[in-house]
Design a protein around this ligand. Structure first.
Ligand code: PEP
Ligand code: MG
Length: 609
């Protein structure tokens, strides 16, 4: 199906990077790798076939090395993505497996590569963690490049585009995305990819509006169709009517002005109308993202996800490697706090070094702290590295997925053990760090009074708290319409937790995606959350919005919110009370649809958090 010139068609995908652009579509075609032939290779030609494959890998690596060397300055911080791809060329799941298939089955390299890729992709697809699921896509990109070299097909050449367009592609790889020239590409739209995909991460760094995961965009959109791309809402409008066009032109101008304004003031503190100070922090996954946190006025790191050093490798990182990375982050951020979260690894995750047996429900399985308490050496190594890094700046320790007091007790024992062993080894360390737990499981809220006696702070991980409270798999797009942090049960839980924390004299922070939603702020400020952490790009707008809210008024407002029985009623109340103030801050993803339309579907993506 193609759009006719008169139709206005709206496609809903995943908001990959906020912002609005209006322009002509440019469809990127990938040349001839969709059809792969299968043929037998005789025994005497097998080693030739293996060499042909090895040559294709070598050429693919050469291409990628050139792309990395030519990376524009503002993308240098993301070179690691492409460097990971370079390593994947020799990954045993892909490289080793392909050679095995050629040798064992006596078939051609293209077919063998396709088989190996499907197996690897299947393995990653079964993982529920959206970040790791996205790594299956990395394998696909690497395999694509090798395949193009095998069959002699051309790479997608984005650098050749000579007018300002909106790119429409089935799937853009990080290598392709990183070649985007900002003066030519206004935005992009893809069939594949999720918010957590590297392509999404790069789009956010470049601050180009992007809508991903549309599934059929390349079928429906034609070259030169006029498109409106709304990257916050995850919306693409094909052939917009005049009225739509005018509406989005105004919105785009407003967004630009707001962003400029927010950025200008992002270095200043986030003080509410009635003078209460809030800390707005950044969530990072890689040390390189510190730059973005600083540039966007972050008051520290509220969540440093530490999984990245454990992925795509056959062994576990040693203490020195972890220490070096943590120290880098801590020193760069000093004297502001860095909250290091210990390993939040899934039951069936892609740590090559230790893949547990199949789990029917990995989200309910041997994940995060459960994994660490079963693998104490790995845990102790990480804790030692964190304690050592703490000697170089302001570190807080954060433990994920706590569901019982026993887990806190056990963790504390291992932490003591780690400190004692550092003492014995005569290494520099700092034991006087704040010890916090993530509140992601309802049982932790129920037991919060007891837990508060064992910890220094709580940090709410709403991505998981919503999942476990409402029984909605955060990675399942079929129930994504039910996933909403404004569910009254979630709001009551958060209120209950903060109240218990206050009584016990400890602070409650929030580092889940809910913290980045401008329209959630009146509720969060009313409840008394003093520190919010989010992706760096959201910081300026959240700071700006806090300045427009009075905490005293939001407390009174909260009483009304808590009396509501449905999400829709809460959204309505928000619109009636704060619609005027917050509509001036239109673009901070993710924000609920305050129009009431699709009100239950504020984060309709298949990869939340
Ligand atoms: C959360 O669950 O809200 C959170 C911040 O952790 P993650 O998204 O890494 O599971
Ligand atoms: Mg979590």
């Amino acid at each position: 199906m193609h759009a006719t010139s008169t139709d206005e068609i709206r496609l809903k995908g995943i908001g990959g990077s906020p912002g609005i652009c209006i322009g002509k579509a440019y469809l990127v075609d990938r040349e001839g790798v969709s059809v792969v032939e299968k043929y037998n290779v005789s025994a005497e030609n097998i080693s030739k076939e293996v060499n042909r494959f090895k040559n294709a890998v070598a050429n693919a690596k050469k291409e990628l090395t050139t792309i990395i060397a030519d990376l524009p300055e503002d993308l240098k911080q993301h070179a690691y993505i492409l460097e990971t791809h370079l390593l994947l060329h020799k990954d045993k799941m892909l490289y080793g497996k392909t050679i095995d298939i050629i040798k064992n089955q006596g078939i051609n390299a293209e077919w063998a590569l396709r088989e190996a890729t499907s197996e690897a992709k299947e393995m990653f697809a079964s993982i529920t963690d959206s970040y790791l699921k996205g790594r299956g896509v990395d394998i696909e990109h690497v395999s694509d490049r090798i395949m193009r070299n095998l069959v002699g097909a051309k790479d997608v050449d984005i650098s050749g585009i000579d007018r300002r367009v909106i790119l429409v592609a089935h799937n853009l790889s990080p290598a392709e995305t990183s070649q985007i020239q900002l003066e030519k590409i206004m935005g992009f739209v893809t069939d594949r990819g999720g918010r957590d995909s590297h392509t999404g991460i790069i789009a956010r760094t470049l601050e180009i509006p992007a809508v991903l995961g549309l599934e059929t965009a390349t079928v429906i959109i034609k070259n030169n169709d006029i498109l409106v791309v709304d990257g916050a809402e995850g919306l693409v409008i094909i052939n917009p009517e005049d009225e739509t066009l005018i509406h989005y032109e105004i919105l785009a101008e407003k967004f630009k002005a707001q962003k400029a304004d927010a950025l200008r003031t992002s270095g200043r503190p986030a003080k509410s109308l009635d003078g209460k100070l809030f800390r707005v922090m950044g969530n990072i996954e890689l040390p390189e993202e510190i730059v973005a946190v600083k540039d966007h006025g972050g008051d520290g790191i509220g969540l440093f996800r530490t999984e990245f050093l454990y992925m795509n490798r056959a062994d576990f990182p040693d203490e020195q490697e972890l220490f070096d990375k943590y120290r880098e982050v801590v020193e760069l951020m000093s004297p502001k706090p860095v909250t290091i979260r210990t390993l939040d690894i899934n039951g069936d995750k892609a740590i090559d070094a230790s893949r547990p047996a199949e789990e029917a429900n990995p989200a309910l399985g041997l994940r995060a702290i459960r994994f660490c308490l079963k693998n104490r050496d790995i845990f102790k190594t990480q804790l030692r590295a964190i304690l050592r890094a703490a000697a170089h700046g302001n570190v807080r320790l954060l433990i994920p997925m706590i569901s019982s007091c026993e887990e806190i007790y056990e963790t504390r024992l291992i932490l003591n053990d780690a400190a004692e062993s550092l003492e014995k080894d005569g290494l520099e360390y700092n034991r006087e760090i704040e010890f916090g737990i993530m509140i992601e499981v309802p049982s932790a809220v129920i037991m919060a009074d007891a837990m508060a006696r064992m910890v220094d702070f709580f940090s709410i991980g709403t991505n998981d708290l919503v999942q476990y409270t409402l029984a909605i798999d955060r990675g399942n797009r079929h129930v994504a319409y039910l996933y909403n942090p404004l569910h009254p049960a979630v709001i009551r839980l958060i209120k209950q937790l903060v109240d218990v924390g206050k009584k016990a004299g400890i602070k409650t922070y929030m580092c889940g995606e809910m913290a980045a939603g401008i329209t959630h702020l009146p509720i969060l400020l009313g409840i008394g959350i003093s520190e919010l952490s989010m992706s760096p790009q959201s910081i300026p707008l959240v700071k700006n919005a806090i300045r427009k809210i009075s905490v005293a008024e939001s407390r009174a407002f909260l009483k009304d919110v808590l009396a509501q029985a449905t999400t829709a009623d809460i959204i309505q109340l928000l619109e009636d009370t704060y619609g005027g103030i917050l509509s001036e801050t239109i673009y901070a993803p993710p924000a609920p649809d305050l129009s009431g339309e699709g009100a239950l579907n504020t984060q309709g993506s298949d990869s939340i958090g």
